[in-house]
Ligand binder design. Sequence first.
Ligand SMILES: Cc1cc2nc3c(=O)[nH]c(=O)nc-3n(C[C@H](O)[C@H](O)[C@H](O)COP(=O)(O)O)c2cc1C
Length: 189
Amino acid sequence: MKRLIIAALVAFAGATQATAATDDTAKESKKTLIVYYSWGGNTRHVVEQIRKLIDAEVYELTPEKAYPTEYHQCTEVAKREKENNARPALKGELPDLSKYDTVIVGFPIWWGTFPMLVATFADAAEWKGKTVISFCTHGGGGAYDSDKDLQKLCPGATFGKPFSAYGKGGSSLEKELRAWLSANKLSLK
Ligand SMILES: Cc1cc2nc3c(=O)[nH]c(=O)nc-3n(C[C@H](O)[C@H](O)[C@H](O)COP(=O)(O)O)c2cc1C
């Protein structure tokens, strides 16, 4: 009888451990990654504010060939890339999305959509089963169809509610970010 009880206790302890391991795995898979590009700093500013509100890792997209630092020259390069549906090369190893279930993709609006290097990243990633949430900063024109454009490049992903900010977002940014992140069911810190 004593042996039986011990065996049952050992089995129970094993089962508890197995449950704990499963729970840890579940927690692991709830990670969020913010992938962004920022030419002038506005989008980076919004990323920094998001990071204050949620637990997320961050990956910054860097073009292999830097864009011109002069605004007009940059607009010309960006225009050509958009017209050619280009996929400008990115520097460094891209993030492994298998570690995350939610990917927030942030970018400035260039010529009515995301910079083409965001398309380079989207093409290279495996989107099946991911939740993707896009946000942009813009110069007054709004988000245009950037979220829909991104959806086309992320097959198998479910898209959340997008967000857009004018420039750096102004004084209401934190309040707006809280509402947006909550609407997307991301836990605030
Ligand atoms: C190449 C280029 C194209 C742009 N095209 C647009 C546009 O079509 N509509 C708009 O509202 N703003 C446009 N802007 C303004 C940027 O979207 C805006 O300033 C944004 O906040 C910049 O973000 P960043 O500082 O992270 O690069 C453009 C800026 C650049 C450099």
